[in-house]
Every structure is written in C-alpha cells, then in structure tokens.
Design a protein around this ligand. Structure first.
Ligand SMILES: *Cc1c(COP(=O)(O)O)cnc(C)c1O
Length: 421
C-alpha cells in the first residue's frame, strides 16, 4: 500500500494559497532517508553521497541535503552554479558530465570540483583546456557487455554512450599519474532504477576488482570509488523497496573481501544517487477538472505531461492516490489525462480508482526525482510551482509557478509580446 504524505485537508488548505498543479516535497522523508544512507555506509571512512542535481534542481532541496552531509553531482554549468550558490565547495561537488563544452570544464576547475572524465580523449582535452590536470581526477568506466545480477540482465553497457573501456581506463591512470595527478577516483553507472538490493554490491565487486588490477598494472592506488546512481524505488505498490542498510552491509562484505586484503582498505566510497534520495518524497498534486466518456472513461486533470513526463516518455507507472478517498474501493477504471495535443499525455491508462468527482485532488506518487526537472513548455504550458512540506507541517514556496510573462520573456526582442508582459 502506498500512502500519500499529506491528507486531503492539508492539500485543500495549501490550495487556498497555491493553485494546482504543484509539486510537493516532504522534508521529513528526505532527511530521514538521507540519514539512513549515511548510516548504511558509516563503516566506510569518508563516505559521501553526491546528490545528482539533475533529479531535483532546487536550491532549497540542495541545502537540506547539504545539512545532511551530502555533496552534489553536476552535469552542466548551471548545476555547478546552483551548487556553488548553495554553498557547496570544492570537492563537495562532482562534475560527471559527458560531451562537455570546454567552458564548463574551466568553470568546474575554478570551483575546485572533482572532474569525472567520461572519455579517454577528454584527458588530453582537459589538459589543453586548463593548461594542467587538477590534482584530483576521476575516470568513468564502462565494462561493455551486459551487466548481470545472478542471471538477470540488468542493462546493456556495451550500447551505452558513457565511460571508457578497461584498456582505456588502465592507460588513462598511467597518463594521469605521469601528469602529476595525485588523487584518483573511478566511477561507473551500469544500470538505472534497480529495484534490488544486489545492484550496488555487484557493481562494487566489479569496481573493487578493477581497483586491484589498476594498482597492479599502474601503481595507482585509488582514493575513491564512486558507485554513482541507479538505486531504484518501487513505483508500483506491489514492488518491494530497496533496503539501503542491507545494501550497505553487502557492499561492506565485498570491500572486506576484495579491497582490504589488497592493501586498499582506505578507499572512500561515494554514491551519486538522485532517484533514491528524492523520488518517494515528492509528489505532483493535481485536480480533476473534466470527465469524458467515449470508448473509454477519461478523467482530465489540470496537470499534463509537461509537469511530469515519465509516463508519456517511458510508459512509466506512477501510483495515484485520490486524496480523501484512500479507503474507498477502486471500482472505476480511468485513463487519467492532461490537456496536451499529444495522445501519450496520460498519467495513467486503464487505472482502477475510486469514483472520481470534479475537484478531487490526485496525489501522483514518486515524482520527487526526474519529475519537475524533466518539464518543458510544449503547447505553451507553464511550469508549476514547487512547495516544501516542512517538518513542522508548514508549507514553503520553493519555486513559484511560471507566468505567461516568463514564457514570453525570451521572445520579447521586438516588443511584440509587450501587451502580455
Ligand atoms: C542521472 C545520474 C545520476 C543519478 O541517477 P539516479 O538514477 O537518479 O540515481 C548519477 N550520476 C550520473 C552521472 C547521472 O547521470
């Protein structure tokens, strides 16, 4: 059973000030989960979670995570700027980009962020761009083939555009060392949204064994291993959630088995989770505004795919709670639709729900990561607000909704839109 972290009464009160649709984040849930992550890896001296900013790029959220000890993982210059402005400093920022413009390398280096290179050729490029290589460098690994857990194929790294081959990575550390780099890291992201406790341990084993090989072949002792993101969340109510404490213990066992006996027991572990840190603690709240009966039953809401693209883009399931009707039987079957001129603009297809009425609030679960962030403006639709439900139950506006004036601002070069601004 998935439970909304607000009641209908709470949402009704919020709605008196802030129109639907809006994103709502649960500060208590975010903090408790972050603490659990740190608890799970407390055995590793120097462990750090670098929150993937792209999942939920909001300064208020980043500052909460900073208070919990997290750094940030950035994929672009604006994410670097946001991290800097939120007070993240130097090596509390990881820059894991790919196909990176030179200007962004320069900015990352200026902040003292850890630069994680995606491609072998980036090593020379970075040296040419900066005129030197920073003292701390990270390389991104791609083992090729299929990534399996037991006999299940989790993903297909050989087709992924990221990372370097084993040969490139070995050669890479030799070059870094010859260029005066002093601290070395490795990074790999091999499967996404893994709802299993075995992903990190399996990945860790592979990277730990590689660390031993790197030491043997290049003399480089890695300072840190970045397990990156990919730890998933149970979008469907029947799925079992990952247990981060168990994951931490299993990684610990691998660490003791592989690294410690090889004199690499000082390696720090980093993670770079986005979805696991924020996904369950954010929801899109939208109101039912229309019904349509044709060949199917449609319930139209005031949000659309621009607010949450995952169902339209990936066919992703997002659970829906009808606030105030949690105890009612799901006796109707609806397609829950938005207003885009796109037939994939459906938050749910053939979804059993309690009988809906106009004005019902739908709580669309698990939208806290890769939700708001993937928004867009198609059909001239505007971005919604983002709200934070604080631990004391109060609500804070952490991003106002976009207005037509915002939407027209970049067009207003010849004053055509002035009338509406
Ligand atoms: C997207 C991304 C993450 C976060 O992924 P999640 O699936 O949200 O955990 C971490 N690191 C890199 C390099 C990414 O691109």
């Amino acid at each position: 059973m998935k439970k909304a972290f607000v009641t209908r009464e709470q949402v009704q009160t919020i709605n008196e000030t802030y129109p639907t649709p809006f994103y709502l984040y649960d500060e208590k849930g975010i903090r408790e989960n972050a603490r659990k992550v740190y608890q799970a890896f407390s055995w590793n001296k120097g462990f750090k979670e670098y929150f993937a900013v792209k999942a939920t790029p909001n300064p208020t959220i980043l500052k909460i995570l900073k208070e919990e000890g997290c750094g940030t993982d950035c994929s672009s210059i604006t994410e670097l700027m946001m991290s800097d402005a939120c007070g993240f400093q130097g090596q509390d920022i990881m820059f894991s980009s790919n196909d990176t413009p030179e200007e962004e390398y320069r900015f990352a280096a200026k902040l003292g962020a850890i630069i994680n290179l995606d491609d072998f050729s980036n090593i020379q490029e970075l040296k040419d761009t900066l005129g030197y290589l920073p003292e701390t460098m990270c390389l991104r690994y791609n083992p090729g083939g299929y990534f399996r857990i037991a006999n299940t194929i989790m993903d297909n790294p050989q087709d992924a555009k990221y990372g370097m081959t084993t040969a490139q990575i070995i050669e890479g550390y030799k070059i870094l060392k010859a260029n005066g780099v002093k601290h070395f890291g490795i990074h790999a992201f091999l499967a996404s949204n893994t709802v299993t406790n075995d992903y990190y341990p399996t990945l860790a084993k592979e990277l730990f064994e590689l660390a031993v090989k790197i030491k043997a072949e290049t003399g480089v002792c890695l300072d840190f291993i970045n397990l990156s993101g990919g730890v998933g969340i149970p979008y469907r109510p029947e799925q079992e959630a990952n247990d981060i404490l168990k994951i931490g213990e299993a990684v610990h066992r691998m660490f003791d088995q592989v690294l410690v006996p090889n004199g690499l027991g000082d390696i720090r572990l980093f993670t770079e989770m986005g979805r696991f840190m924020l996904g369950p603690y954010g929801a899109l709240v939208t109101k039912v505004i229309h019904f349509k009966e044709t060949y199917k039953h449609y319930a139209g809401v005031d949000a659309c795919a621009v607010n949450l693209m995952r169902p339209a883009m990936y066919g992703a399931y997002h659970h829906i709670t009808v606030l105030g009707k949690e105890k009612e039987a799901s006796e109707e079957v609806y397609d829950v639709t938005g207003s885009l001129c796109e037939n994939n603009d459906k938050f749910a297809i053939d979804r059993p729900l309690p009988k809906l009425q106009k004005g019902d609030y739908l709580f669309i679960h698990d939208a806290g990561a890769h939700g708001f962030a993937m928004g867009y403006n198609y059909n001239g639709k505007l971005w919604s607000s983002e709200l934070l439900l604080r631990e004391d139950g109060s609500v804070k506006l952490i991003r106002r909704a976009e207005t037509p004036k915002d939407y027209f601002a970049t067009l207003d070069i010849d004053d055509t839109m002035k009338k509406y601004m």
